[in-house]
Design a protein around this ligand. Structure first.
Ligand SMILES: Nc1ncnc2c1ncn2[C@@H]1O[C@H](COP(=O)(O)OP(=O)(O)OP(=O)(O)O)[C@@H](O)[C@H]1O
Ligand SMILES: [Mg+2]
Length: 227
């Protein structure tokens, strides 16, 4: 099976503050292999979320590029970019952002349905994932009735329903207590190994950074790798 590669090359990002351009990322070059796990660390405000958004193509760089299998994200047309977002990257944030009017299983099925799966196939895949993340018995529940950790599991199932090549997670354990955070991290690693999903996790949590194979640290707009 082809192994996917996500790469940042000379990535710069500035936000315009008044007259002056404020460069948050000043030239980031790093690559992410589908069969590995990565932590992105750095103090608050160093650009971790900014980098995750750029890697997912949710925002455009000021200069430099993000390449998915050597294809520049900014050169993708709408159809290609939609496909990239639907099939290649799963996104996870600090807050689960489950749709509150939908049940857990409906939330998990949604990206599959949007990507064109039939109701039956989406339901089958969702049930399978809910089982894996330990949320099977809560499948018909509304998100508001779940604990924080259960909501995080639901969001994880939703992020993985289309079996993406990469999971991009922006502080997925940031809102959880230590024990739940560790459980979710272990679950991520288990699924990463089983399904060959590249894991890219921004984190303040030293436990998460310790269990990832490669750590990239952001500092002063630049990045350095630490094995
Ligand atoms: N849309 C925006 N407009 C202006 N400035 C922004 C925008 N997004 C981010 N920034 C600025 O860019 C810097 C980096 O923000 P970012 O959210 O990427 O940091 P972070 O490393 O994720 O921080 P944290 O650990 O607190 O989540 C911050 O100074 C922030 O204020
Ligand atoms: Mg952030």
């Amino acid at each position: 099976m082809q192994r996917m590669l996500l790469k940042a090359e000379g990535l710069k990002k500035s936000f315009n503050s008044g007259q002056k351009d404020n460069f948050i990322l000043r030239g980031i070059t790093c690559s992410f292999d589908q069969n590995k796990t990565y932590a992105i660390t750095g103090a608050s405000g160093t650009g971790k979320s900014t980098l995750i958004h750029l890697l997912a193509g949710l925002d455009a760089p000021t200069a430099g590029s993000v390449l998915f299998n050597n294809r520049n994200l900014t050169e993708m047309n709408t159809v290609e970019h939609e496909r990239f977002l639907q099939k290649e990257v799963g996104l996870l944030f600090q807050l689960p952002y489950l749709i509150k009017e939908l049940s857990v299983i409906e939330n998990v099925m949604l990206p599959a349905r949007i990507a064109g799966a039939t109701e039956t196939d989406a339901r089958e895949a969702a049930l399978d994932l809910l089982e894996r993340v330990g949320l099977f018995n809560k499948k018909e529940a509304l998100p508001a009735t779940l604990s924080g950790g259960q909501q995080a599991r639901g969001a994880l199932a939703r992020a993985l329903i289309n079996r993406p090549s990469f999971l991009l997670a922006d502080e997925p354990t940031g809102n959880l207590d230590e024990k739940t955070g560790k459980e979710i991290t272990q679950l991520l690693i288990t699924l990463q190994k089983e399904w060959n999903i590249g894991l890219i996790i921004s984190t303040h949590d030293s436990y998460v950074a310790d269990v990832m194979e490669i750590t990239y640290r952001l500092h002063d707009g630049l990045i350095e790798a630490r094995d």
